[in-house]
Design a protein around this ligand. Structure first.
Ligand code: DAK
Length: 262
């Protein structure tokens, strides 16, 4: 894997790739260099067969990602602002569409672009210390990395508008209540819980998990009939895998399935 200045990657022997956004002095704010690194890193993660599930977290105790880097953004022209938004949108869509599950382990502030990064992940596990919000309107801009779209899809139109219009920060318990966080755990157990979930997913049939991800992602962008038609296709496809044969044989033989990921 490549060398990175603003992100760390650790791949363990069980197939978990842990990505750490590592700019603790700026509370892990996303500057362009970091977003370019994420772009390259996620290309590598997509093709690295040693990685089955990805966990993203922030370096340090305080912050997941405190947003896009305001220092870098403040003097942008309109054209630069659009290019910046398009770059990060493309990278976040790459994360969302990675053909492997991505879990955000939200260890602290997930604000602006940080909340948007967490929302581009499949699942969000929040520490009790996490804080979520889209404070962009207090900086004179709307969210620009997919926040106006993904937040409404996750928590509904009314709650998304309230969070975007007020710029209010919410704690982990409220994020859980509105469906933005999947789980809330203590700061000490955050990485263990994220890894436990990753292990469980890794133990399941890889292709089946992959097609669940693509069917949900694609299905939410189309009408129900198109979505269920896609589901039928990927359902059929799984009958071409050895894991489908093994999973059903194991059930009938009353034993644990031994999946090979194919
Ligand atoms: N950018 C740059 N530096 C940041 C930062 C950020 N987003 N957040 C924090 N820092 C830096 C602080 O400036 C400070 O640096 P020094 O002064 O030590 O050099 C250091 O991190 C520690 O922060 P604080 O001293 O402020 O720490 P506190 O505990 O007092 O406060 C805080 C923590 C998270 C509440 C506070 O730092 C804060 O409010 N940060 C800003 C949060 C925020 O507004 N985030 C949203 C950023 S805007 C678009 C493209 C992008 C976007 C939108 C549109 N288009 C192209 C259309 C996205 C925008 C955003 O994400």
């Amino acid at each position: 894997m490549g060398e990175y200045a603003n992100v760390l990657l650790e791949v363990d022997s069980d197939g978990i790739g842990t990505v750490v956004i590592n700019r603790p002095k700026a509370l892990n704010a996303l500057n362009a260099a970091t977003v370019y690194e994420l772009d390259k890193l996620f290309d590598e993660l997509a093709t690295n067969s040693d990685v089955k599930v990805v966990i993203i977290t922030g370096s340090g105790e305080k912050s997941f990602v405190a947003g896009a880097d305001i220092v870098e953004m403040k003097d942008m022209t309109a054209i630069e602002g659009r290019q910046w938004g398009q770059l990060a949108q493309r990278v976040f869509s790459k994360i969302e569409d990675l053909p492997k599950p991505v879990i955000a382990a939200v260890n602290g502030y997930a604000l602006g672009g940080g909340c948007e990064l967490a929302m581009a992940c499949d699942i969000r596990i929040a520490s009790e210390k996490a804080k979520f919000g889209q404070p962009e309107v207090s900086l004179g801009i709307p969210p620009g990395f997919g926040g106006t779209q993904r937040l409404a899809r996750l928590v509904g139109k009314g709650r998304a508008k309230e969070l975007l219009f007020t710029g209010d920060m919410i704690d982990a318990a409220e994020a859980y209540r509105i469906g933005l966080a999947n789980q809330v755990v203590t700061p000490e157990e955050l990485m263990d819980k994220a890894k436990a979930m990753a292990h469980k997913i890794i133990s399941r049939a890889t292709v089946a998990v992959q097609v669940c991800k693509s069917a949900i992602n694609r299905g939410l962008d189309v009408d129900l009939n198109s979505g269920i038609a896609y589901e039928a296709e990927v359902f059929g496809l799984c009958f071409a895998t050895q894991d489908q044969k093994e999973g059903m044989a194991a059930f009938i033989e009353k034993r644990k399935a031994n999946f090979i990921g194919k």
